[in-house]
Ligand binder design. Structure first.
Ligand code: OGA
Ligand code: NI
Length: 357
């Protein structure tokens, strides 16, 4: 793992390139033509509605609860992706956390660089995923921090400014962990499993969780690059709080990239690779990416719920039948995430590579 000790080249924050006023982006941010944002899929955008689920209906009567379960199950099969409203998280907290993190990215560069990260844990302020020398890079900076298990959390690795950012991130993390708990129960039941199945399968009270705050500065040539390249999230599930003003997230549907229009005060739920593995591909993780634009910066907060790191994870026995043999070989999350940490975002190649022969 020596290659994960340090970055292969000096890291240049994308924000400093953006603020230099240059009208052309450096060559190493220019994607090959096949990966650039294209408008070829624009025609699909109005006819394909991304599912929005009202979680409040889970606590109404049995018919409402069943209908909600069905909506989630359909969304997980057809999209690997949905938005939730009535999720119980205070709208005021959602606005407050976003403004604090926007404030962090607006601090002087020196203040941010004092939290510069390394590829060993990725915790801190960073600008790249992957350690491949001379890789083509994404047009985005981020802050990555560990929230669960409690033993992995280290407040000294969290920014101390703007004032209250630590306390508020703590409060937000606790709400996110609660929401992930509810979603894991719902997904378990919707897969026909015991309500606690996924929670237990992913490590019970030892599940992991981390937060990545993504900051996409303005880009003078947005048609040539991406804020984050196509990938699926490696963990269990992601709760994304998207920018309330600026669109940029796209999900893959077949050959098309569909731009997500976030519903006000909704969270976007993204099914990760480990749900695909444990559900034996009943549910699939979704490939997604972010585009950038010339007029406005964009901020998103991705809360990742991950398995306990040292459990070998394979398809649930309950979901393996003679007609549907296990599709994936077991692997621990520690091993699994090394791939993205080394290679950066690579579509869905990683989960595909687990396919049992
Ligand atoms: C991520 C991600 C998308 C976005 O952080 O994994 O997919 O809109 N972010 O920032
Ligand atoms: Ni993602």
């Amino acid at each position: 793992m020596d290659c994960l000790q340090d970055w292969p080249e000096p890291v240049v924050p994308v924000q400093s390139l953006s603020e230099s006023g240059a009208t052309a982006i450096p060559g190493r941010y220019i994607k090959p033509p096949s990966e650039r944002p294209s408008s070829a899929s624009a025609a699909f955008q109005n006819i394909l509605a991304i599912p929005v689920v009202d979680l409040g209906r889970l606590s109404e009567g049995a018919p409402e609860c069943r209908a909600t379960m069905r909506a989630i199950s359909d969304a997980c099969r057809d999209w690997g992706f949905f938005q939730v409203v009535n999720h119980g998280v205070s709208h005021e907290l959602m606005e407050r956390i976003r403004e604090l993190w926007r404030g962090f990215f607006h601090l002087p560069m020196e203040a941010k660089k004092s939290y510069a990260n390394s590829p060993r844990t990725y915790e801190g302020y960073g600008s790249r995923l992957g350690v491949q020398k001379e890789a083509i890079l994404d047009w985005g900076d981020y802050y990555f921090l560990q929230y669960l298990p409690p033993s992995a959390k280290d407040h000294d690795k969290w920014p101390s400014l703007p004032t209250l950012i630590r306390d508020t991130t703590e409060e937000y993390g606790s709400e996110m962990a609660k929401l992930c708990g509810i979603l894991m129960k719902v997904l378990s039941v919707s897969l026909g499993l015991d309500v606690e199945f996924l929670h237990k399968a992913f490590g019970g009270d030892d599940v992991g969780a981390c937060l990545r705050v993504n900051y996409y500065p303005k880009c003078p040539q947005p048609d040539l690059t991406l804020g984050i390249s196509a990938h699926s999230d490696p963990g269990v599930l992601t709760v994304l709080l998207a920018d309330d003003q600026v669109k940029g997230l796209q999900v893959r549907k077949g050959d098309a990239w569909i731009t997500v229009h976030p519903v006000p005060h909704a969270f976007i739920i993204i099914i990760g690779d480990q749900i695909q593995v444990v559900s034996n591909a009943t549910y699939k993780s979704v490939e997604h990416r972010a585009v950038v634009n010339a007029a406005e910066e964009r901020l998103s907060l991705a809360f990742f719920c991950n398995p306990k790191s040292d459990l070998p994870l394979g398809p649930a026995r309950e979901l393996v039948t003679p007609n549907r043999p296990p599709l994936y070989q077991p692997m621990t999350y520690n091993e699994y995430r090394l791939y993205v940490r080394k290679n950066g975002p690579r579509g869905k190649t990683q989960v595909e590579s687990l396919k049992a022969m």
